[in-house]
Write a protein that binds this ligand. Structure first.
Ligand code: HEM
Length: 364
């Protein structure tokens, strides 16, 4: 393996005051890459704008059509329009169908102007939870680039924020050992990234009503979010069968654990979502887990030690061995660790375990 470099972009490197975890003389077992963003890019915006229906059958497409009227609006200048947008859906453990668009912008000012000029902000603020036919959720993250990292299994692929990149790194040093995700986050050079252990205890504050209500949830110090994605659309029949019969069930099991029992390990919310068309139609052979954790250490502990991710890892090793150089499964993840003011959560008539509502309702 040649040209190994740090996953941290040169302009974000600084003297480490918090020791890293890379073992001495470490050589990564295989290659993965980081996206490189322009040094002038100081932050990015990742927004999830979604609708919640009581069941999949009750999705009439109207909510996403409304959202698309803003996100696809051509009335705003090109530079304010979303850099990248795609739609994903999942049915949660209460049987509710959640469909959302996931969108990226290169900075907060662009998001603010887009929200104003398309009329999105005005529409959102005047939605009346007592009369809406479906629930709505808005989750927006504003990580500065030192609080964001993304890795991909090939340099050719692009996902999410990587549509804003200028290039890709060489093979990165910081992967293939536990603690490498933390080492890839530039801010980890100078900050322990301790979060708030803020799960509700029995007898805690009164839970707000959520259905027929609008609830804003405050951000939390060093909330860790991960979007970890899979793309098996290029797989040929043999690999497809392996993916669907071996890899996906292991992944589903891990995602179900986080979704149903995440509170046991510091995960507020986890959605295992499939990419779909704008109205929820079809599957796209691409999926991702989107998890919100109280602390980066909780996410690390789950991935390193919990039987569900240990099993994902073990199944993947078998899978990779079996496919060898013919593997076409593509994987990526994006991780942010956010200051409280880099998060916005608002829920309109959603059930009480939707997203970060679990942090004020205590439900999963
Ligand atoms: C790390 C496999 C899904 C969370 C890893 C690693 C592998 C792996 C091989 C080590 C990577 C390296 O450093 O080189 C997989 C596969 C998945 C999957 C095959 C799906 C098919 C997920 C999901 C999540 C997740 C959905 C979270 C929602 C993590 C985390 C690490 C990790 C946080 C980094 C741990 C650290 O560096 O300390 N995974 N994973 N994984 N995985 Fe997964």
């Amino acid at each position: 393996m040649t040209n190994i470099e740090s996953a941290i972009a040169p302009h974000l490197r600084t003297e480490r005051v918090v020791p890293g975890n890379t073992p001495e003389n470490f050589k990564p077992p295989f290659e993965i890459y980081a996206s490189r963003f322009p040094p002038s890019m100081k932050e990015l915006v990742f927004a999830i704008i979604g609708a919640q229906y009581p069941s999949k059958e009750s999705n009439d497409g109207a909510a996403m059509e409304k959202i698309a009227s803003f996100t696809s609006s051509t009335t705003v200048p090109l530079e304010l329009r979303p850099t990248f947008e795609e739609v994903a859906a999942m049915t949660d453990n209460r049987g509710y169908y959640n469909i959302a668009t996931l969108i990226y912008w290169p900075d907060r000012a662009t998001w603010d102007q887009w929200s104003e000029l398309t009329g999105f902000k005005e529409w959102w603020s005047t939605l009346d939870p007592t009369t809406e036919r479906n629930g709505w959720f808005l989750e927006v993250f504003f990580p500065t680039m030192d609080r964001f990292e993304t890795i991909l299994t090939t340099t050719a692929m692009r996902e999410g924020a990587s549509y804003m990149r200028t290039g890709a790194s060489g093979p990165v040093l910081e992967h293939g050992y536990w603690g490498s995700m933390r080492d890839r986050l530039p801010v980890s050079q100078v900050d322990e990234l301790v979060g708030e252990k803020a799960f509700l205890q029995a007898g805690g504050p009164k839970r707000p009503a959520t259905l027929k209500s609008r609830v804003r949830v405050p951000g939390k110090r060093n909330l860790a979010i991960i979007r970890s994605g899979q793309d098996w659309k290029e797989t040929l029949p043999r690999e497809r069968e392996l993916y669907l019969n071996m890899m996906r069930p292991a992944l589903q099991n891990g995602m179900d654990f986080l979704h149903d029992h995440g509170d046991e390990i510091g995960c507020y919310s986890n959605r295992f979502m499939d990419m779909v068309g704008f109205k929820g139609e079809g599957g796209r052979d691409r999926s991702f887990g989107l998890g919100y954790f109280d602390d980066l250490a909780s996410l690390e502990a789950w991935s390193k030690s919990h039987p569900t991710h240990v099993n994902i890892f073990a199944v993947f090793m078998k899978y990779a061995k079996e496919m060898g150089d013919n593997m076409t499964l593509r994987l990526y993840h994006e991780v942010s660790v956010l200051e409280a003011e880099q998060q916005f959560f608002e829920y309109i008539s959603c059930h009480s375990s939707t997203g970060m509502l679990s942090s004020v309702c205590g439900d999963h």
